[in-house]
Write a protein of this length. Structure first.
Length: 305
């Protein structure tokens, strides 16, 4: 009986010691975790917050990308300046210096008067630099003693077209990869032919969409700018009517005589040259007339008693 009670007492002591040891280990682990979190300056649930913040930034980026606009703009300005050729040269130099990637796509000079030219210029400028170029051109005429006639701005939003084309391109590229995988594992000739035809069709659509996206990218990255320069109108005062001037009348009469003499000389020269044909014709006509008269005279003589 005493032996059983003693064994039970030792068993209780052992269990108590194990429980205390487990609690001690747990306390040490909690202290270590607290010290680690304190050293990093983050609470225990920081990873969850970081993940949430990371997801939030991704969502913001995706939303920003989704709301991005793709615009095609064309700008046309007409102005009146004194020296159109000089202004055209100045504008070309300024735009080239402002936008090194700009291109002069057209230059046309049309003479509209004595030493007066209407000039048409077309440029392709970067979309990012377009606002500054637009502002400069709008204020140019007023700052250089010119006159702004009219301004036209055309804007086309192709955002939906751009996004849809990108989505279709992504789907077609995924389908292209699937078809390539299927062709790699196909063993029947008919399946290979069918897959090859479908792959050719998909690749053709991919090329078309890529070309369309490339065209949209170019139009949304560079804008067209057209500048039309008109010369300033010059008012010409008509000379006053001249009075009676004998000297001017004499000169006019002499000039008229000279003109008539030139005309007569011209006619004489033409007749002299054409004598090669006129003289033989006149001689033939004279001979025919003489023969006809001689015949008529003979007929008259024969008929008389």
């Amino acid at each position: 009986m005493f032996s059983f009670t003693r064994k039970r007492k030792w068993l209780l002591l052992s269990c108590t010691a194990l429980i205390l040891l487990a609690m001690l280990v747990a306390a040490c682990a909690g202290a270590a975790s607290s010290s680690s979190n304190a050293s990093t300056g983050m609470p225990a649930h920081a990873p969850a917050q970081l993940s949430k913040a990371s997801n939030g930034s991704i969502m913001t980026s995706t939303s920003s990308s989704a709301t991005q606009q793709y615009l095609i703009k064309s700008f046309n300005i007409n102005m009146q300046v004194k020296n159109t050729r000089q202004v055209a040269a100045d504008l070309q130099a300024w735009i080239s210096a402002t936008d090194p990637l700009s291109l002069v796509t057209g230059v046309n000079y049309q003479q509209v008067g004595q030493n007066l030219y209407a000039v048409a210029l077309t440029f392709s400028v970067q979309a990012t630099l377009f606002p500054g170029i637009e502002s400069y051109l709008n204020s140019y005429a007023g700052l250089h003693n010119g006159k702004l006639l009219n301004v036209t701005m055309n804007t086309q939003d192709v955002s939906s077209d751009y996004v849809d084309s990108q989505s279709r391109l992504k789907n077609l590229q995924a389908e292209q990869q699937r078809l390539l995988t299927l062709m790699g594992s196909a063993r029947v000739l008919s399946d290979v032919i069918t897959l090859d035809q479908r792959l050719t069709d998909v690749e053709g659509q991919i090329e078309q969409i890529e070309a369309h996206l490339h065209d949209l990218q170019g139009q949304t990255t560079f804008y067209n700018v057209a500048v039309n320069l008109q010369p300033t109108e010059v008012v010409v005062t008509p000379p006053p009517p001249a009075g009676w001037n004998p000297g001017a009348i004499w000169q006019g009469a002499v000039a008229a005589v000279r003109v008539v003499a030139q005309v007569l000389a011209t006619i004489f020269i033409w007749l002299l040259v054409f004598c090669v044909y006129l003289v033989p014709l006149a001689l033939i006509a004279w001979l025919v007339r003489r023969w006809w008269r001689a015949r008529a005279h003979k007929a008259t003589s024969t008929a008389s008693p």
